[in-house]
Design a protein around this ligand. Sequence first.
Ligand code: SF4
Length: 368
Amino acid sequence: MLNTDPHPDHHHAPGATHLSAGPERLPGICPATRHTLTDSLQRPLRDLRISVTDRCNFRCIYCMPKEVFGRDHHFLEREKLLTFEETARLARIFAALGVEKVRITGGEPLLRRELEDLIAMLAPIPRLDLTLTTNGSLLAEKAHALKEAGLRRVTVSLDSLDDEVFRAMNDVDFPVERVLAGIDAAARVGLTPIKINVVVKRGVNEHSILPMARYFRGTGQILRFIEYMDVGHSNGWRLNDVVSAAEIFATIHAELPIEPIDSNYRGEVARRWRYRDGGGEIGIIASVTQPFCRDCSRARLSADGQLFTCLFATNGHDLRSLLRGGASDDDITDAISGVWQSRGDRYSEIRSEETVTLPKIEMSYVGG
Ligand code: SF4
């Protein structure tokens, strides 16, 4: 599918189509053109999740269980991490290929020193929705600097308001109140709307669903309940531990009636609902019981420069060697285009007992 090319002198990724762009000119972004690249299932490349570290100060049981990510776990050495300049260069290239949203992730991204410097490098990219996902542990201290640097909004992971349950889930005895303080700080500086992610695991925190809905209803913050997933190959995932979207809906609707609302865009991961009484919006992310692969527009970049085309991938594509090997922006553009165009991932649609044990990359490495 190739439109007639109004800009023959511009270098275009094979198979790319045109979208006209704004006036600004940034290195690597051709002002007149912004491509939309599609994969083998006609899904556009629209979202890029950038992990800036594989380290975290939590050991959430569904992501980085302590028994696997213990004292002797080898985290990425500093020289293996992309520099902020390398990360920003890749982000500009992805933006020229149609990426409209960049989410900074980790591990825990706020552990990466001077992260606001990277935010300041990314914020000038035209029309980029720049957001970040954090466990909130350092947000109270960092919110103002991140906002000043150009961050638009944040998503905070908070799996329960019950301090005992939360401490058990993060497994480092970290108190709820400090995460709530981070959320308040983000709200004060205007990193809004704030989304609150809650991974629900049966027998652990399903009793937290209603208390969290009651607490955040009417605050403008958007709760999103996430079905527990078989990410990576370390969390001992079992289907029986999944609290389905239908159960989460029924639990809330029984006390706080909700109704469906349209998604904001194709490929949005959360199913959106609103309280009938005007108390705001919530979301449910149902990767296990209601897969959404058919509209998945997400690419992921690990902190050491590997490109992944699915959260449940088993291998990536090395962009760091290109960056450090003297490749031009066009060479890197071609490499990314080639990977995306041959993409056919739809893991959640084909999940089975066999696939659960595949050596999938860890979520803490590729950033959720
Ligand atoms: S399983 Fe993979 S392809 Fe499906 S929605 Fe998730 S990241 Fe996208």
